[in-house]
Design a protein around this ligand. Structure first.
Ligand SMILES: C[S@@+](CC[C@H](N)C(=O)[O-])C[C@H]1O[C@@H](n2cnc3c(N)ncnc32)[C@H](O)[C@@H]1O
Length: 251
């Protein structure tokens, strides 16, 4: 009898602890989501919440490189670049690469991890770190304009459009288009999932939204896969599908 009561009490305590833990997690998330997006990115880098970073070159970039990079060498923009090693890979193929990243820590880590010595300068009033054919601009993407930076003929957008909330995406797409030469190619990697199950980033972008954002351009969907098995962290949050699409857009 006593034993049963003890077990029931223990179970109740555990349940209560679970409720408290999830309330605390929800509170933490609410505090984080109340902050401006830019502050949240600075916090993410400082606290090491950078699971989006991959140590290998992105396999979708490699798979579509032949079409995306035909007729090079190119001047390639990597918006919201983080410290992606894709930039090094593109530069090693002979292209000129310009990454734009808000958080200084990402730039520092990129050059340190790649054992590259960076030269610091200022362009259009913005801080730039460069080494060989790679230039990283430490700025909000909206501060980079065609008055100070030559236009690009290739853009690789991985985890950039989907890093931005819906209300900013239209402005972002117009801005990217203003930085591209006529006929430039954009290789776009994006996610679509049930947004009601999770707040971004990454945000879900539907095919319909993407096609309408790039209205007037030639948009070709290269492939679509359900990658839910590769993202267990999202399956744990109740997602059944995690669609990944690649598009080639002629601007
Ligand atoms: C999801 S991460 C993707 C990074 C990179 N594209 C990759 O594939 O690893 C988004 C990055 O964009 C940066 N960022 C967010 N908003 C930005 C903005 N408005 N301008 C420039 N960078 C921004 C963040 O600091 C973060 O490093």
């Amino acid at each position: 009898m006593l034993e049963t009561e003890f077990l029931m009490n223990a179970r109740r305590s555990l349940e209560l602890a679970g409720v408290w833990a999830s309330a605390l997690r929800a509170w933490g998330r609410a505090v984080r989501y109340a902050l401006p997006m830019t502050t949240r990115w600075h916090d993410s880098w400082r606290e090491g919440r950078t699971r989006f970073h991959q140590s290998d070159v992105h396999s979708d970039l490699v798979r579509h490189a032949e079409r995306f990079l035909c007729g090079g060498p190119h001047r390639i923009l990597v918006p919201l670049s983080g410290k992606t090693v894709d930039m090094l890979w593109l530069a090693e193929l002979g292209h000129e690469v310009v990454g734009v990243e808000l958080v200084p820590q990402a730039l520092t880590e990129f050059f340190a991890e790649q054992n590259l010595e960076a030269r610091e300068s200022t362009e259009g009033g913005l801080r730039v770190l460069s080494s060989g054919a790679i230039k990283l601009v430490n700025a909000d993407i909206f501060e980079v304009n065609s008055k100070h930076f030559r236009l690009f003929d290739r853009i690789w957008d991985r985890a950039a459009l989907v890093a931005l909330p819906p209300q900013v995406r239209g402005r972002y797409v117009r801005h990217l288009r203003s930085l591209a030469k006529p006929g430039a190619l954009l290789l776009q990697n994006l996610f679509e999932y049930d947004q009601s199950k999770m707040e971004g980033p990454p945000f879900s972008v539907t095919d319909e939204e993407f096609q309408s954002q790039y209205e007037g351009a030639e948009v070709e969907c290269l492939d679509e896969t359900d990658a839910i098995e590769k993202v267990p962290q999202f399956r744990e949050r109740g997602h059944e599908h995690w669609l990944v699409r690649n598009y080639l857009v002629t601007l």
